[in-house]
Design a protein around this ligand. Structure first.
Ligand code: SF4
Length: 226
């Protein structure tokens, strides 16, 4: 890509530089209609499905936009689609997804209560770690999702999401367990469920990391699971 952008560039600047249509954000203040918001969201989804901004479009089966409640208080962000996600077009559907469902259940949540997305919308070959230029290309989509969802709490699952949101190269071991903020939104950093599948002994740390979220859920209203 031959455009010059910095981490401080706005999502709109990225999208424009990528040749992607830019929409005006409609605030949740009643000035937009439900139909407007749905159209905006669908348009963004279609942009992702058609996106060819990085080489990953050549090897994907499905771009994976995200899933869940677009008005959710909690937005969970992972790394990138894996094999199952690429096949089905939905994030966190394999073994790691099952574990994430169990974590959510322990918190008193279902997938429908949250929104789940990834930093990258297309699967890197052989699940390799996303490259910096791939993250740069794809991040406007996630930034737009965050701006529209306006979550009360962000949860970064794994190093890639945490390092992207915090613009740091610090290791996840030093980022988890600390309070963070992303654009005025409290951010919790914890391990990716795929890592927990390899290192189940670390599950207790994840539960510890998620305590602020659990306390908030306990203090607020969520219908008990049926
Ligand atoms: S990973 Fe993101 S930037 Fe790359 S092709 Fe897919 S949607 Fe586009």
């Amino acid at each position: 890509m031959d455009f010059m952008l910095t981490v401080s560039s706005s999502p709109e600047e990225y999208l424009t530089a990528m040749g992607i249509d830019v929409w005006l954000l409609r605030p949740r203040d009643g000035s937009n209609t439900t139909d407007d918001a749905k159209t905006d969201w669908l348009s963004l989804q279609q942009q992702v499905q058609r996106c060819q901004a990085c080489a990953l479009h050549q090897t994907r089966n499905h771009a994976v936009f995200g899933v869940g409640d677009v008005k959710a208080d909690y937005l969970l962000i992972g790394e990138a689609p894996g094999m199952d996600e690429d096949r089905l077009g939905e994030p966190f559907v394999g073994q790691a997804g099952q574990l994430l469902n169990e974590i959510l259940f322990a918190l008193g949540l279902k997938r429908e209560h949250v929104y789940i997305a990834n930093v990258l919308k297309c699967r890197p070959p052989n699940n390799r770690t996303p490259l910096p230029d791939e993250i740069q290309c794809c991040s406007p989509f996630l930034n737009q999702q965050i701006q529209w969802i306006k979550p009360k709490i962000l949860i970064a699952l794994g190093a890639v999401a945490a390092q992207f949101l915090l613009q740091t190269e610090a290791k996840i071991g030093s980022l988890r367990g600390q309070p963070h903020v992303y654009q005025n939104i409290p951010l919790i950093v914890t391990y990716h469920p795929a890592y927990l599948l390899r290192r189940p002994i670390e599950k207790a740390k994840v539960w510890h990391d998620l305590q602020p979220l659990y306390q908030r859920i306990c203090a607020h209203t969520h219908a008990p699971l049926q």
